[in-house]
Design a protein around this ligand. Structure first.
Ligand code: AHM
Ligand code: MG
Length: 306
């Protein structure tokens, strides 16, 4: 028997979850392997153009969406799913146990730069997404495609990190990840909003004055993974005139990350209430978000409200 712990084995022994949910998470992990292969082997540019063989190429976010859709359909475990790449919620089989909300390729505008990007998933029991809150998720996970491919999941029993090895297995590298209450790093998104949002301006001045370390890549998945892997930090994206509610979506981005960060001991708020308690009213719904180290999130919410 190999001494390394695979994702499947970890889910079996530490996940505290049903076999159905374990199979669904493994199916999603398999989809991620195909996405990382597509990212490695598709030529840069990648955007509905032709490759050097003259073949038409789909955008990588569309390719990633197709790969995930195929895996969700074939799992036979998905009642409905909703993707950041598609307007409509897709209903598959009302009797199947789960609904999945996902962003197939977060940070896809960074593909050409070779920065890390990611896929994000939130899993709910039942056939409905609309009317639910992210607190009702039974699992959330994300995959980071960077120099290494990493998968991080929570099923409500802390947060665990896996590395894709050369055999094509996700193997455990860190378990029971935690986020400290105090942040030393900050990751401020939608900074253009400081011209219209005095609270956000004051928050930036506070972070600058206190000389927190700036860590912002432009991919939420990578920026929040930075917080999880360093065990501290704060990420923000709040509203201004171009994005009154901030740029990030509740169902596909903020909800899954709020679930994972809270299960690592951190916090996630829209400035007034926990992200986990916000009702999903439509799939395009945006929300301001301050997420990461608990004390810093609390303080940021106070400054934003002042
Ligand atoms: P995407 O899902 O289309 O990639 O957009 C979301 C991304 C986030 O990952 C990131 O935090 C944000 O957009 C960055 O926005 P901006 O380029 O305005 O800073
Ligand atoms: Mg995104």
């Amino acid at each position: 028997m190999p001494s390394q712990i695979s994702l499947n084995e970890h889910l079996l022994t530490k996940g505290n979850l049903s076999d159905d949910l374990r199979h669904l998470i493994c199916d999603i992990a398999r989809a991620a392997k195909y996405i990382q292969f597509a990212l490695r082997t598709t030529q840069a540019g990648l955007s509905g153009t032709r490759n050097s063989f003259g073949e038409e190429q789909l955008k990588l976010d569309v390719v990633s969406d197709d790969i995930i859709r195929q895996h969700l359909c074939q799992s036979r475990l998905v009642a409905s799913f909703s993707s950041e790449e598609q307007k409509d919620i897709i209903e598959l089989d009302a009797k199947a146990p789960f609904t999945v909300a996902y962003d197939p390729l977060d940070g896809s505008s960074l593909v050409e730069t070779n920065f890390a990007i990611g896929s994000i998933f939130g899993i709910y029991e039942g056939a409905q997404l609309i009317g639910r809150t992210p607190r009702e998720q039974v699992a959330a996970l994300y995959v980071i495609y960077g120099p290494r491919t990493l998968l991080v999941y929570s099923t409500g029993n802390s947060v665990h990190e896996f590395l894709l090895d050369d055999v094509g297995e996700f193997i455990l590298i860190h378990e029971f990840l935690g986020i400290a209450d105090v942040a030393k790093n900050y990751s401020p998104g939608n900074l253009r909003a400081i011209h219209e949002n005095d609270g956000y301006k004051k928050l930036m001045e506070t972070w600058l004055d206190e000389e927190l370390t700036l860590r912002y890549s432009g991919c939420m998945a990578a920026d929040i993974h930075h917080i999880i892997s360093k065990g501290q930090g704060v990420f923000s994206n709040v509203g201004g005139s171009s994005y009154p509610e901030g740029k990030l979506r509740l169902a596909f981005e903020c909800g899954p990350f709020a679930y994972i960060v809270e299960h690592a001991g951190g916090a996630a708020s829209d400035g007034k209430q926990p992200i986990l308690d916000k009702k999903i009213t439509n799939t395009d719904q945006r929300t301001p978000i301050i997420i990461g180290s608990k004390k810093e999130v609390e303080r940021a919410c106070k400054i934003l409200a002042s």
